[in-house]
Design a protein around this ligand. Structure first.
Ligand SMILES: NC(=O)c1ccc[n+]([C@@H]2O[C@H](COP(=O)([O-])OP(=O)(O)OC[C@H]3O[C@@H](n4cnc5c(N)ncnc54)[C@H](OP(=O)(O)O)[C@@H]3O)[C@@H](O)[C@H]2O)c1
Length: 303
């Protein structure tokens, strides 16, 4: 029987790609749309194989109706406490009320299971949600993908294109996990239509060290890049505290200090992925950092 997958957050960057990957796999897709969602965003979903479920409110009763007959609810919501805890709890409770057997929470991050509260504000919220999720009868699977590889092109200050340097903290030979948004979406779509999956799945389009990134960028650009180590993770921790004091940005999803927290976690031994689940769905073609940078080589001068 054709599987029905409900995607929440389908209007977002990752969510839309999960929807497209599900359609490619011939799944029946239902998307949840909030009353406040910009209607422009819905135009791209006007395909006969997507069922758009417009909610009057983000409530358990309404979402449970949308969950009828669904085999997996995929969350790709993004936000702070009001979203990751409050809105996701409503989504989860609705899925359980409608007897949906499986749930994928909106994690899509580095493996935060070994980190402690206080180390990364956005990941703390996900761990807090897991405490609630793991007490429910639903079968949940988290996808850990490291960082979206595309962040290397702009938002993550690791490749300093102008200075021709690779910024890292701590150990230049520590492996960092990067996965493109499309690879993450395709893997998540496979998980959603799978029969049974473990609590955690870990993927990486590439596991690459700062030293190797230096070599890759130098080779692609035919320019010599060098490593730049301002200090260890301890110093980065002090800088995070200073950045947080100067610019608290409490209600911002990605204030500068949060990006720094993510960088610190990525470069921490506890985030290292030793066993990855990339081979679980053999049809996926993984994009390496080399592939991604080669594709965008022409735009480096503008970065
Ligand atoms: N590992 C990484 O490097 C990395 C990087 C970026 C993101 N991520 C993760 O990927 C996931 C998706 O992020 P994204 O960047 O794709 O997000 P996004 O583009 O900002 O989209 C967010 C989605 O959440 C929905 N949403 C926001 N507030 C909501 C609320 N109160 N109630 C219900 N829905 C709400 C939005 O719906 P509307 O259209 O109705 O507003 C939208 O569909 C998140 O878990 C994020 O942390 C990971």
């Amino acid at each position: 029987m054709e599987k029905v997958i409900l995607v929440a957050g389908a209007t977002g960057n990752l969510g839309e790609r999960i929807v497209n990957a599900l359609i490619k796999k011939n799944a029946k897709v239902r998307i949840l749309v909030r009353p406040e969602t910009n209607s422009e965003k819905l135009k791209k979903f006007n395909k006969s194989d997507i069922e758009i479920y417009k909610l009057e409110s983000w409530s358990e009763t309404e979402i449970a109706k949308a969950c009828a007959g669904v085999s997996c609810v995929v969350s790709a919501l993004s936000g702070l406490r009001n979203v990751i805890i409050d809105a996701q709890k409503i989504l989860l409770d609705a899925a359980i009320a409608a007897k949906v057997p499986r749930f994928i929470p909106s994690d899509y991050s580095l493996d935060f299971t070994k980190f402690l509260n206080g180390e990364n504000r956005n990941l703390d919220l996900r761990r807090e949600f897991h405490e609630y999720l793991d007490k429910t009868p639903i079968s949940a699977t988290t996808v850990f993908n490291g960082a979206f590889a595309e962040l290397l092109l702009d938002e993550m200050p690791l490749i300093l294109f102008k200075q021709k340097r690779i910024l890292y903290w701590g150990n230049a030979d520590h492996r960092l996990a990067f996965t493109t948004i499309d690879n993450t979406a395709e893997f998540t779509a496979n998980v959603a239509i799978d029969h049974a999956t473990p609590r955690y799945l870990r993927i990486a389009g590439d596991l690459i060290t700062a030293r190797q990134i230096k070599d890759v960028v130098s080779q692609i650009t035919a320019t010599k890049y060098s490593l730049f180590r301002p200090g260890g993770l301890g110093l980065l921790g002090i800088l995070i505290k200073i950045a947080r004091t100067i610019s608290p940005g409490k209600n911002e999803l990605y204030p500068a200090w949060q990006g720094m927290q993510y960088m610190r976690n990525m470069m921490d031994k506890r985030a290292e992925l030793n066993l990855i689940d990339n081979d679980r769905y053999p049809e996926i073609k993984w994009t390496t950092v080399h592939d991604l940078l080669t594709k965008h080589n022409k735009s480096f001068d503008r970065l």
